[in-house]
Design a protein around this ligand. Structure first.
Ligand SMILES: CC(C)(COP(=O)(O)OP(=O)(O)OC[C@H]1O[C@@H](n2cnc3c(N)ncnc32)[C@H](O)[C@@H]1OP(=O)(O)O)[C@@H](O)C(=O)NCCC(=O)NCCS
Length: 184
């Protein structure tokens, strides 16, 4: 389902299905922040919020979350993605997490309260800021003392060979260059 949702959206093919597969075996995985949406017995959407870290100039580390959400293309634009993101936000807040940091489409994530991460003094691991790099504070002032560079779990960076091997477990799917990739 994740492969179907991400295929050709951000690059020809995708690797998010492997990333999620690896996250579930990683120390970053949080069982209570991994949901699926179902239509009868078919999985049509999923959200996962693994742990990530922010490291400040003094090498002090703070735990935050990252987030991946996916909805099967034929089920998109019916509010399923929003319900999954809101549920993940609510449960993350209940579990005491302070914030969620993501790379994504501002048009989609601003509606949930995400802001440019620059507003919180959070930069990418390369020390950069741009519109698609966003952060959400899960409770009032919860990100006030968290400043620095953002690092996702290593599972977010699978190797080319690893992806090729993982892809062999799925039916062949042709890769294309699409308009959605050119917008990135
Ligand atoms: C992003 C995604 C999860 C949204 O799921 P969904 O169930 O369609 O979401 P909702 O129905 O709650 O919201 C749909 C709205 O989001 C908008 N939207 C969806 N993807 C968007 C994107 N990449 N950029 C901007 N807006 C987007 C739709 O245009 C629609 O807008 P509207 O409410 O004004 O009509 C789904 O499009 C998807 O799986 N995309 C591929 C994977 C992906 O990009 N995941 C997010 C990155 S982690």
């Amino acid at each position: 389902m994740v492969r179907e949702a991400f295929w050709d959206v951000y690059k020809p093919g995708c690797d998010e299905h492997l990333i999620i597969h690896k996250l579930r075996d990683s120390a970053a995985f949080i069982k209570g922040l991994d949901f699926v949406a179902c239509d009868s017995n078919r999985i049509v959407g999923a959200v996962i919020c693994p742990k990530a870290k922010i490291e400040d100039e003094k090498s002090q580390e703070f735990t935050v979350l990252s987030l991946i959400v996916a909805v099967l293309p034929s089920y998109q634009k019916r509010g399923i993605g929003s319900r999954l993101v809101k549920r993940a936000m609510d449960d993350a807040r209940s579990l005491g997490f302070k914030g969620i940091v993501i790379f994504g489409s501002p048009e989609y994530y601003l509606r949930f309260g995400f802001m440019n991460a620059k507003e919180y003094g959070i930069q990418t691991s390369e020390g950069e800021n741009f519109d698609a790099f966003m952060a959400l504070q899960l409770s009032e002032h919860s990100l006030d003392r968290i400043r620095g560079r953002f690092y996702e779990d290593d599972a977010y960076h699978p190797g080319k060979d690893e992806l090729e091997a993982f892809e062999k477990g799925f039916p062949y799917k042709e890769k294309h260059v699409t308009d959605t990739q050119l917008k990135m």
